[in-house]
Every structure is written in C-alpha cells, then in structure tokens.
Design a protein around this ligand. Structure first.
Ligand code: COA
Length: 185
C-alpha cells in the first residue's frame, strides 16, 4: 500500500491517484455524473473510461506536474483533489507565480456534499502544501455562482481577492470566477 499524501483526523486519507483500472473507473463514474459535472468540467464534457485514461494517466504515472490524488474517508473513496505549482501567473491575474500553488477538487459522491468533507480535505491538503512544499500562497478559482465551494474555501482561510471576468469556459459560456487566496501563516 502506497504511503498517503496526507492522513488527517476523522479517517480522512488523501493518497496519490494510481495507474489502475479501479482508480480510472472511479473517475469515469464520478466525471460522467451530471450532478458533479455541473460544478466541475461541465455537463457538456462527460468523461468515459478512455478519456479518463488519456487525461489522468500521465498524472497517475507521475509524468505530469499536477499531483493527482484520491481522498477516502473510512476507507471509502469519495473524491478527487489535485495540486500544482502555478506556472503562468497571468492565468490568475497575479504578478508573479513564485511559491504559488493551485488546488482543485470535487467530491464524486453528491450525497456526501455539505457534510464538511470538502473543507476537511482542503484544510489537510493546504497544510501539506505549505509545510512540505514551502508554498507562499495557494489559489483557487471557483465560479462566482458556486456558493458552496466559495463558503467551503472561506472556512479554510481563503479570501476573495479579485474577480476574474470570463475566466473559464464552462458549458458553452465564459464564466466569471473569484480568485481566492490563502496566504502562508
Ligand atoms: C465544493 C465542495 C468540495 C465542498 O465540499 P463540501 O464537503 O460539500 O463542503 P462543506 O460541507 O465543508 O461546506 C459547505 C458550506 O457551504 C454552505 N453552502 C451550501 N450551499 C451553499 C450555497 N449555495 N451558497 C452558499 N453557501 C452554501 C454550507 O452551508 C457549508 O457552510 P457552513 O458549514 O457554514 O454551513 C463539494 O461540495 C463538491 O465537491 N462540490 C461539487 C464540485 C465542486 O463544486 N468543486 C469545486 C470547484 S471550484
């Protein structure tokens, strides 16, 4: 069994995505669920198994800069989280990218939304990024309409710092996003 990236209270474990049928099948199930796609990737871009392997395979093999992880609670896989050093500061309207990391996540089981799990994952992963990777700041860029994600990130210490107009193409339209930043303590 590979070592977890993060192990936190309440049975939360964040581990690296594996180059296995089981992990790709999980992602294919989650990323073909319309309820998940509404908030991540878009309902017009469902993933089948082949697309998951194409997109996530390099990350699972470690040949991509994105660190891709599955998070589990009590041994049950519930979702996906990834983090990466930001390469292009302009993408987030920032002056410079040194020491800046980005994070994205989704809980793939919608009945688990709203129970504090996403907040626990973000807290654990941001702590890991600051302590182990020496980051100075961590950024997220939720759609302005994604109130649940924004609230969750605020509970983790992120602050809305800038509106990013038309920042992401989602379901056929360019969506406004908030740049939210958590600074190193
Ligand atoms: C975003 C996500 C990771 C958050 O994790 P979660 O476990 O559901 O969030 P939590 O339960 O920890 O916190 C949610 C908070 O938002 C609040 N909330 C729920 N719906 C809301 C809304 N429409 N507007 C504002 N706040 C809302 C909840 O009341 C809770 O706040 P509280 O603890 O102060 O009551 C998860 O909901 C998810 O995966 N959603 C689908 C994919 C997604 O949106 N990914 C993020 C893309 S940026």
């Amino acid at each position: 069994m590979d070592a977890p990236v993060v192990e936190a209270a309440n049975g939360l474990r964040v581990r690296l995505l594996r180059d296995t049928h089981a992990d790709y099948a999980l992602l294919a199930r989650w990323l073909s669920d319309q309820r998940v796609l509404e908030f991540y990737e878009g309902r017009d871009t469902p993933f089948d198994y082949a697309k998951v392997v194409e997109e996530f395979g390099p990350r699972a093999e470690g040949s991509d800069e994105v660190v891709a992880c599955i998070f589990e609670v009590g041994g049950a896989p519930l979702g996906y989280v990834q983090f990466y050093a930001v390469a292009d500061p302009a993408e987030y309207g920032l002056e410079e990218a040194k020491g800046v990391y980005g994070i994205d996540l989704f809980i793939g089981e919608p009945e688990q939304w709203g129970h504090g799990i996403g907040t626990a994952v973000v807290k654990a992963v941001t702590q890991h990024i600051f302590e182990r990777l020496g980051a100075q700041r961590i950024v997220v860029d939720p759609h302005v309409t994604n109130g649940r994600a924004i609230r969750s990130y605020e509970k983790c210490g992120f602050r809305r710092v800038k509106l990013l107009p038309g920042h992401e193409l989602h379901e056929g339209a360019w969506r406004d996003c908030w740049l939210m930043v958590k600074e190193r303590a």
